[in-house]
Design a protein around this ligand. Structure first.
Ligand SMILES: Cc1cc2nc3c(=O)[nH]c(=O)nc-3n(C[C@H](O)[C@H](O)[C@H](O)COP(=O)(O)O)c2cc1C
Ligand code: SF4
Length: 413
């Protein structure tokens, strides 16, 4: 029996994504109409009750973020929709934009209303440029129907949405690098503080949310029967989009209730492993995520259970690698990615990635020593503790978890 559910994906295939009229015919913009009769605090508290954790990877409490953004005192604020989706094996945001673009626009307008913003910005990864016409047209239609622009729904609320594209850098998904990029500068993370919630895009208070987080808002506001709360577990309420890739028979995006097992996802929804091969490893949350052995298959997919087993939800990516790939080859590919994507601004990340790359080559050639393994551990620790941004902090997550869970791969011969 399929374990997939349809809460945030309930509109998929139900309307013509190029027509606002078609979206409105299935209840589109009813959430906004409801929202403008609530206070920003009430909306933030509704999200807090649903215990939504942001879906971009860090899992920050969404109700709290909106409540904090609302409480910042400023004449001008902005909302940013992070559609950079650069984390390898993560492709759920693309699916949400392709199948339900108006729902994202509606979520962004509600975000603007809640936090008192005048402008919203969608930052779309360069590789998704084929989606630009769809989004631009949705924005245009929303404006024509009075859901964007001046005095929205007669409530004196003025708000517009703008679309910006990145140029293909993974680090631009990090909030401060993203705002630098929109400002036309090179996409490198800023020193913090100040935090972008106080001083972000164009030095204005900025509320950044992931596409999936924003896509949940309308359904939550219209969920009078609290159906969302019936999904999931006590610690991980609701549903989540997971993107499953790698050596599975049926890769794709699935909406699951938290609490189904990893096996339900990998063997049920994703159809099992190609040629019925054995699983070598599973990586959770993208290239910055940790890796586990197949012993994790019976773990429930929840924030708390995955954490207990040494991995995490992260972006919702699940990358399954079968027996044909060695752990060290896998780590070298991941390391290539980080060495290429490091922006080079701070020493621990720039130099650490280079050193680990060289040391992994030695491991692959079986010429490494005990001192090399100790160096790898030490560099990984320094990077996690002293890098300027999340890229350097998490670049060695896969390596560190592999040294723990796949000790045999590092044996000295
Ligand atoms: C290197 C790096 C890349 C990131 N890439 C993305 C991304 O592509 N999409 C995203 O939503 N968040 C990404 N994040 C997380 C964002 O910084 C931020 O936490 C998120 O967009 C906030 O939205 P949320 O609270 O709705 O999750 C990235 C973080 C780092 C450090
Ligand atoms: S951690 Fe890496 S990506 Fe982040 S600022 Fe430093 S060099 Fe750039």
């Amino acid at each position: 029996m399929s374990k997939a559910v349809c809460f945030m994906t309930k509109n998929f295939g139900k309307y013509d994504v190029k027509s606002i009229g078609s979206y409105m015919a299935i209840g589109g913009f009813n959430a906004l109409k409801k929202a403008v009769n609530m206070t920003g605090e009430e909306i933030a508290s509704t999200l807090a009750t649903a215990k939504i954790k942001g879906r971009g990877g860090a899992g920050y409490d969404m109700g709290k973020k909106w409540s904090q953004a609302k409480s910042v005192i400023a004449d001008n604020k902005v909302v940013v929709c992070n559609a950079d989706e650069g984390e390898p094996c993560t492709f759920k945001d693309r699916t949400l934009i392709e199948h339900d673009p108006f729902n994202l626009i509606e979520g962004m307008i509600i975000a603007g209303y809640t936090v008192d913003a005048q402008n919203g910005y969608i930052y779309l990864r360069e590789e998704y440029s084929h989606l630009r016409p769809l989004i631009l047209d949705a924005i245009k239609q929303a404006k024509t129907y009075g859901f964007l622009g001046e005095n929205i729904l007669g409530k004196g609320f003025n708000y517009n949405i703008h679309l910006y594209s990145g140029a293909g850098a993974y680090v631009c998904g990090e909030g401060t690098a993203l705002v630098e990029s929109i400002e036309g500068k090179s996409g490198r993370p800023r020193m913090k503080p100040p935090f972008i919630k106080q001083c972000g895009l164009y030095n204005l208070p900025t509320c950044v949310n992931n596409v999936e987080s924003l896509s949940l808002v309308s359904s939550i506001l219209l969920d009078d029967e609290k159906k969302y709360l019936t999904y999931g577990t006590e610690g991980s309420v609701g549903t989540k989009l997971v993107s499953v890739g790698g050596n599975v028979k049926n890769p794709g995006v699935f909406e699951i209730p938290f609490g189904v097992t990893v096996r339900d996802i990998v063997y049920g929804l994703a159809g099992g492993i190609v040629d019925d091969n054995e699983i070598k490893l599973i990586q959770f949350g993208g290239a910055s995520g940790k890796i586990a052995t197949k012993s994790i298959l019976d773990t429930p997919y929840t924030y708390e259970d995955l954490r207990k087993d040494g991995v995490g939800v992260g972006s919702g990516a699940i990358l399954v690698v079968d027996e044909r790939t060695s752990v060290i080859d896998f780590l070298r590919t991941t390391q290539e990615f980080f060495s290429h994507e490091s922006c080079g601004q701070c020493t621990p990340c720039r130099e650490g990635n280079r050193h680990i790359k060289l040391l992994l080559k030695k491991v692959a050639e079986s010429t490494h020593t005990t001192a090399d393994l100790a160096s790898m551990r030490k560099i990984a620790k320094i990077m996690a503790m002293s890098s300027l941004c999340g890229l350097g902090e998490t670049a060695q997550s896969a390596l560190v978890s592999a040294m723990k869970n796949f000790e045999e791969a590092f044996q000295i011969k």
